[in-house]
Design a protein around this ligand. Structure first.
Ligand SMILES: *[C@@H]1O[C@H](CO)[C@@H](O)[C@H](O)[C@H]1NC(C)=O
Ligand SMILES: *[C@@H]1O[C@H](CO)[C@@H](O)[C@H](O)[C@H]1NC(C)=O
Ligand SMILES: *[C@@H]1O[C@H](CO)[C@@H](O)[C@H](O)[C@H]1NC(C)=O
Ligand SMILES: *[C@@H]1O[C@H](CO)[C@@H](O)[C@H](O)[C@H]1NC(C)=O
Ligand SMILES: *[C@@H]1O[C@H](CO)[C@@H](O)[C@H](O)[C@H]1NC(C)=O
Ligand SMILES: *[C@@H]1O[C@H](CO)[C@@H](O)[C@H](O)[C@H]1NC(C)=O
Ligand SMILES: *[C@@H]1O[C@H](CO)[C@@H](O)[C@H](O)[C@H]1NC(C)=O
Ligand SMILES: *[C@@H]1O[C@H](CO)[C@@H](O)[C@H](O)[C@H]1NC(C)=O
Ligand SMILES: *[C@@H]1O[C@H](CO)[C@@H](O)[C@H](O)[C@H]1NC(C)=O
Ligand SMILES: *[C@@H]1O[C@H](CO)[C@@H](O)[C@H](O)[C@H]1NC(C)=O
Length: 544
């Protein structure tokens, strides 16, 4: 520290100011009774200075107005050169004093304060000074006017002597301010005049302020906050900021024509501190939100010297689906899609494997539709009965393949005219009763099928099927038939899935689609197969 140097500088400054004017320019002065005091005119300008001119002194009090001061009436008041000195000033000296120097007039109001007998200083005399903690605190006792007369200087803190010396100034205090430095510092100068001892007391009221919390203020949160609202509901916008104690913190909600009447700023700013920092929050209340409040920027601003920070809030109408949190919404969507896909797949599988599923179901549930209907045959097979070489395959299919598979392998009972109807007798009646005793009518269809012989059984079967609904028709298309015009109109009404196509190559195995579809169309029956061969053995191989 260059304490000594600084002290020297100060001293030089003091010395210099002494050589200059100690004139008193303040017009209101408070003095304490019993202390030496002086009044000195300040020249109005150096150009008008007239060293030889002596000022004229006047005083006014409640009883006199601008009376010329008669110095011979009071020994305490003397004129030292052009300075009026009080040794000491007393209560009765209170009043206004005027000094006339040439054209220059100066006036003071002097208030004389009664001395506080119980303290080392008088409160009215105290000058105040604030110092921020850790900043430089300087206290020096000096008195330039009486410097030459002062023989002792003492420094008191809260009326406790902390230093004393026999100079006109005290040892200065110069340090970094601490809170404990706060207090009243009194400089007491003792001076001798005409063999009498006088004291002059100057007191400083030092206040140590807490360190200034100079943060750069910021409004917390994102630049734009979207708030979804429902019309008619109240909403509160809560804005928080990091700030300093004296920063301005406010909401802007004025529109060109003034604010909406349902918008109110909470008067109370709620401060709190966290980790030594000051925060505050304030609420903007919007009652019964209307269309006017939507899509308008409500700004929250914090301002201190040099910096401004603003964050905006905007009210948006709540979307219908936004009741559900968005993540739940997308989750739900995905779940719905997955479920519907699964349902679709299942439906697809069901359609494609309908036949297999039904057969499986019949198998597992051991369903049997044939027990209670009182019918004898599971199916009446209608086919082209007159054997012609060009229809050999078709004939063989109806008379051999069909019974082999359905009867021997799957346990059905068929009625085949050639086999089961005895020759002779009333053929027509016989056929009619046999069809009545059958659950299905299997028509093995070919181009030459429509002959007079089968016409009756066909018509009888169709009557049963379509009018009385007692029999179901299964159409087996043995050879590709391009033209169905030869069929009776009613047969064309059969549903497509009741028409089976025999494909010589693919339909051989028991597991082929042809037989599965046929089983599906046949009545459900608990199968007690009379197995003639291994599963999957080509039927025709067995047959031929
Ligand atoms: C200074 O004052 C004296 C007496 O009041 C007067 O005689 C003299 O002329 C003045 N000088 C100037 C320069 O005003
Ligand atoms: C001043 O006061 C004294 C004594 O009271 C008196 O004799 C003298 O005349 C006064 N002088 C003026 C100028 O009033
Ligand atoms: C007013 O001043 C005169 C002298 O100028 C003094 O005698 C008198 O006591 C003063 N009055 C008050 C109330 O101070
Ligand atoms: C004083 O005022 C008068 C008129 O107001 C002026 O003539 C004169 O020069 C002034 N004197 C000084 C010393 O300023
Ligand atoms: C001085 O005293 C007067 C009367 O006692 C009072 O009205 C005035 O306010 C005081 N002025 C000051 C600066 O204390
Ligand atoms: C001294 O300063 C403190 C704090 O600023 C204040 O409360 C007190 O009133 C002051 N005392 C005087 C006598 O001015
Ligand atoms: C010491 O002197 C300086 C300059 O004249 C002045 O500003 C300061 O108030 C004085 N200190 C005291 C304690 O009177
Ligand atoms: C002046 O102050 C000293 C202490 O600095 C004290 O002892 C003395 O009594 C005081 N004198 C008067 C007249 O107040
Ligand atoms: C506003 O927000 C702050 C912090 O974000 C919180 O401390 C305060 O309690 C809130 N005020 C209200 C009224 O919700
Ligand atoms: C809020 O701030 C934005 C941009 O910072 C400005 O366009 C808008 O007018 C402000 N709103 C109000 C109410 O001051």
């Amino acid at each position: 520290m260059h304490c000594g140097e600084l002290f020297l500088t100060l001293w030089v400054l003091i010395a210099e100011s002494t050589s200059g004017e100690d004139c008193i320019s303040r017009s209101h002065l408070n003095v304490v009774e019993g202390e030496p005091f002086y009044l000195k005119c300040c020249p109005s300008s150096s150009a008008q200075r007239n060293e030889t001119a002596t000022p004229q002194w006047y005083r006014s009090n409640e009883s006199y107005k601008d009376a010329k001061l008669n110095l011979s009436t009071s020994p305490r008041i003397i004129l030292h050169k052009d300075i009026l000195e009080f040794w000491p000033v007393e209560l009765e000296d209170q009043g206004s004093y005027t000094c006339n120097l040439g054209n220059n007039t100066q006036r003071w109001m002097i208030n004389v304060t009664r001395r506080n007998k119980h303290s080392c200083f008088t409160e009215k005399q105290v000058k105040s000074k604030t110092v921020e903690v850790t900043k430089s605190l300087q206290i020096t006792c000096n008195n330039s006017y009486y410097k030459a007369l002062i023989h002792r200087t003492a420094l008191y803190k809260n009326c406790k002597k902390i230093s004393e010396n026999s100079l006109s100034y005290s040892k200065p205090i110069w340090k970094n301010a601490e809170f404990k430095d706060q207090g009243y510092y009194s400089c007491v100068f003792s001076l001798l005049h005409n063999g009498k001892l006088y004291n002059i007391t100057d007191t400083l009221n030092i206040t140590i302020l807490g360190e200034r919390n100079d943060v750069i203020p910021v409004v917390l949160g994102p630049q734009l906050t979207r708030v979804e609202v429902e019309l008619g509901k109240d909403v509160e916008l809560n804005c928080s900021a990091l700030l300093n104690e004296n920063d301005y913190f406010y909401w802007s909600f004025w529109k060109e024509k003034g604010p909406d009447p349902n918008v109110h700023q909470d008067n109370k700013i709620r401060p709190w501190t966290s980790e030594g920092k000051t925060y505050a929050s304030q609420i903007l209340r919007i009652e019964k939100v209307t269309e006017n409040n939507l899509n308008f920027l409500y700004n929250c601003t914090v301002v201190n010297e040099g910096t401004t920070d603003t964050k905006s809030f905007i009210l948006l109408r709540k979307a219908g689906t936004a009741d559900i949190p968005s993540h739940a919404f997308t989750g739900g969507m995905i779940a719905a899609i997955v479920v519907s896909m699964a349902v679709l797949c299942l439906a697809f599988v069901c359609v494609v494997y309908r036949v297999d599923l039904v057969l499986c179901y019949r198998h597992w549930m051991r369903r049997d539709e044939t027990l209670t209907d009182g019918k004898t045959f599971d199916a009446f097979v209608s086919y082209l009965r007159e054997y012609r070489p060009e229809h050999g395959e078709e004939y063989t299919f109806a008379v051999e393949t069909l019974p082999t598979v359905l009867e021997k392998h799957f346990g059905y009972k068929l009625c085949i005219f050639e086999r089961d109807v005895l020759p002779g007798g009333a053929v027509v009646d016989e056929i009619h009763s046999l069809i009545k005793k059958s659950r299905r009518l299997i028509i093995v269809l070919s181009k030459s099928y429509m002959s007079n012989e089968v016409r009756y059984e066909l018509e009888s079967g169709l009557h049963e099927a379509l009018v009385e609904r007692k029999i179901k028709i299964i159409l087996i298309q043995f050879a590709p038939v391009g033209d169905f015009t030869f069929l009776p109109q009613s047969l064309k009404l059969l549903k497509l899935h009741r028409v089976l196509k025999w494909k010589a190559g693919e339909s051989l195995s028991y597991n082929s689609r042809f037989w599965k579809n046929l089983l599906y169309l046949m009545p459900a029956k608990v199968i007690k197969p009379d197995r003639g061969g291994a599963e999957g053995l080509p039927v025709l191989a067995e047959v031929s």
